[in-house]
Design a protein around this ligand. Sequence first.
Ligand SMILES: Nc1nc2c(ncn2[C@@H]2O[C@H](COP(=O)(O)OP(=O)(O)OP(=O)(O)O)[C@@H](O)[C@H]2O)c(=O)[nH]1
Ligand SMILES: [Mg+2]
Length: 460
Amino acid sequence: MNQDIIGAISTPPGEGGIAIVRISGEGAIEKINEVFYPKAKGKELIYQKPFTLTLGYIRDEGQGMVDEVLVSLMKSPRSYTGEDMVEINCHGGALAAKRCLERVLSLGIRLAQPGEFTQRAFLNGKIDAVQAEAVIDIIRAKTDRGLKLALKQLEGKNSQYIKSMEDNILEANMLLEASLDFSEDVGDLDYERVRELLQMSRDGIDKMLKAGELGDIYKEGISVAICGKPNVGKSSLLNALLGKERAIVTDVPGTTRDLIEEYVNIRGIPVRIIDTAGIRDTSDLVEKLGINRAKQAIKDADLIILVLDVEAGMTEEDIRIFQELENKERIILLVNKDDLLEKKIKKEDIELHFSGIDVIWASIKEDIGIQSLAEMIERKVMAGLADGEQLEFTVSLRQKELLKEAGQYIQEVLEALELVPLDCLGVDMQNALSSLGQLTGKDLKEESIDRIFREFCIGK
Ligand SMILES: Nc1nc2c(ncn2[C@@H]2O[C@H](COP(=O)(O)OP(=O)(O)OP(=O)(O)O)[C@@H](O)[C@H]2O)c(=O)[nH]1
Ligand SMILES: [Mg+2]
């Protein structure tokens, strides 16, 4: 148990209606009571029940007031950290919270380190390491979908799943030890059962890793570059996806020179969308530089929307741009300006030159095809990831490494099962269990604990 009391401002800096100074530790309520002056008689904090709000003032060292505040109380063990907690709701803005915090610290309360509240929740057994990491994901979630996944993780869904894999290995290990120690009573090892148990854990780990890849997409997002020759409607597409006139659109070819990047939520996926300069041969120095940037951005993008223009027709330029694109499975072909009567691009042309590529016929001007494009982006991102059983997990880098490690150990046991003496198998089983234990935090070393919580902001 941590003995000292910690405090920090838990709300972000800047102007706002209120700010919260959070205090946690045994004796926190009594300490804050020393500087709290209730508005109503007899409402001193030490007389208040937990989960109540009390209106009053924080007093300075003399007779003056620091701020008018509303104070909430939580009692151990029913609080975020598992300790006694006080939250001072003071006025927002640069100064009020700072002054309240200074007053709190003047009582001998220590300034909390980043993530220390959550670290205490972990150390006091309120949450495990996987759940603690979910808290970071919640804070950083960019879309509702990402938030939902992180909330599930906080709820302990991942932890339960890991526990069921652990239980299987434990049972396998028990069978192994029993036949080592009491072979006369229990007979030979039931290889069939051990294999089955280990295989279940192995499959579970694979599923979790796979689901994690999907979770990463909702957490980290993807990048999509819009490319094509000049004047085909790339910037118009960016604007349509954003729902605002972000990029300049004109009928002058070569309008966009630099990269324009914006974030947009496409069916729950955070997408960094990049509009690029139209690619063509040019002697204009600025345009040339823009085209180089465009090529680099296209190279790095997870998906590429290659835009064609039915009016301009399919030209050598279009085909050359297409041929230069690497990893063609990333491409969505968008044939734009389909509202125009003069159509110089035919379905057969597309099949001939872009066979196997996903195509959308669109008119950005008339808002036709944008919806299909969003659906296709989602479908392409999910392709190869979708798993029969829809597990919804996010898996942090740390968790991914440990899962892979555990999977490796189990694999080794599976491969050696009937080939090596039984006592050689125990080590790998123990190692697999230790990796899973580090995952939830049961077997976590102090430095690893620190590493998890260092990612947090102060006050969380
Ligand atoms: N008729 C019609 N015109 C469109 C459509 N989409 C874009 N345009 C027009 O096409 C012209 C070029 O559009 P932009 O969005 O600037 O094209 P761009 O590909 O970004 O051009 P650069 O930046 O020069 O490479 C503008 O006049 C648009 O209004 C469409 O669906 N139908
Ligand atoms: Mg443009």
